[in-house]
Design a protein around this ligand. Structure first.
Ligand SMILES: CC(C)(COP(=O)(O)OP(=O)(O)OC[C@H]1O[C@@H](n2cnc3c(N)ncnc32)[C@H](O[C@H]2O[C@H](COP(=O)(O)OP(=O)(O)OP(=O)(O)O)[C@@H](O)[C@H]2O)[C@@H]1O)[C@@H](O)C(=O)NCCC(=O)NCCS
Ligand SMILES: Nc1ncnc2[nH]cnc12
Length: 295
């Protein structure tokens, strides 16, 4: 068994032993475990190193997943019990659960932001799945993403365009560079995942590559095309452009199908660390890619 598979098996045993949770909630926990174990991820925390981060390491992520996964069932149940509410009410009602879950994360990590974006995304995805199930609709990638998109209709306009506060990084970067960040991705129904990383992941799988290699190739495509606000917050637009161009160069050489694919990723990791770049939004989309591949 590879280090990746071994570490995942161990963490699943430790963290996903609460099998009272519904299957989608268990899959969300697995997705976060797979994301943090995937290595090497340029600039991010993984099994090799803490990337460009001084305030968190692999163990911080394990603690964070332990704390937030308990909440996943709540999002799903909310989706079921609130299935008939209109979209705006549905979104307004799920957010307090998201905020409580964020608080649990901060408490578990000593106030470090490990999964704020991940909580937002998985809260919405699990709420959407609960709602679809309650309404007797088919649960597949298209319907889940359409449901999240419907729930989030207007979120970019209401919270970013018409809002003059700049208290969060996302709000600031929208004003500065028109980047819609995590909200935009959710409102689009995870278009970057559906049109870029998921097809790459599935094609690689179809061609017989193992899960780790498929996810690394999907990650390269996310790095190349995702408008990651974390990269911009640390490195400005130049940081985002640098990350996208370097990932595209590796993809051009074949990415993980290149004999030295892993070495190229390790070199990119060193470059990101030198430049203090960390693609946290891309990390979330890797987890979402694997999660959606399960439906
Ligand atoms: C709606 C919120 C997400 C608001 O957050 P904010 O206004 O800050 O919005 P964004 O900048 O858009 O990003 C928030 C997080 O989303 C991830 N992200 C970034 N870009 C994208 C993208 N293009 N697509 C999807 N997701 C994206 C990212 O999260 C990950 O990175 C974080 C770790 O990064 P790190 O660099 O370590 O930490 P920082 O503290 O940011 O910086 P440093 O000091 O280290 O430099 C981690 O969170 C990952 O998950 C962005 O950070 C939302 O927060 C909100 O409203 N929450 C309330 C709860 C709620 O409503 N929930 C909804 C229902 S459940
Ligand atoms: N593995 C990771 N490293 C750093 N930031 C992240 N945000 C989500 N996953 C992350």
């Amino acid at each position: 068994m590879s280090d990746y598979s071994q570490q995942i098996a161990q963490l699943e045993l430790d963290l996903n032993s609460d099998n009272n949770q519904c299957i989608p909630a268990q899959l969300a926990t697995k997705a976060l475990i797979k994301e943090v174990c995937l290595s090497p991820k340029p600039g991010l925390v993984d099994m090799n190193n803490s990337g460009a981060h001084l305030d968190m390491d692999f163990q911080t992520f394990v603690q964070s997943i332990k704390a937030i996964s308990i909440w996943f069932e709540r999002f799903y149940q909310y989706g079921k019990t609130s299935a008939l509410q209109d979209n705006q009410q549905f979104l307004a009602g799920i957010r307090p659960i998201g905020i409580e879950c964020e608080q649990a994360m901060y408490q578990a990590t000593n106030q470090v932001n490990t999964h704020k974006g991940g909580i937002f995304a998985f809260g919405l995805l699990l709420g959407a799945i609960g709602r679809l199930e309650q309404l007797g609709l088919t649960i597949n990638t298209q319907n889940i993403c359409d449901e999240v998109s419907a729930i989030c209709q207007g979120i970019v306009t209401n919270e970013l365009k018409q809002n003059n506060t700049t208290s969060s990084i996302g709000e600031k970067l929208f004003k500065l560079h028109n980047l819609p960040g995590a909200r935009g991705e959710a409102e689009s129904g995870y278009i970057t995942v559906r049109t870029i990383s998921l097809p790459i992941y599935q094609t690689m799988k179809h061609n017989g590559y193992d899960e780790e290699t498929c996810l690394l190739q999907a990650m390269l495509h996310l790095l190349a095309y995702n408008q990651d606000t974390n990269l911009v917050s640390r490195g400005g637009l130049e940081g985002l452009t640098f990350a996208q161009q370097e990932a595209r160069k590796i993809i051009k050489q074949g990415g993980m199908t290149h004999a030295n694919g892993l070495e190229l990723l390790n070199q990119l990791d060193e470059e990101f660390i030198k430049r203090n770049l960390s693609p946290g939004g891309t990390a979330d989309l890797i987890a979402i890619t694997w999660f959606l591949s399960q439906f």
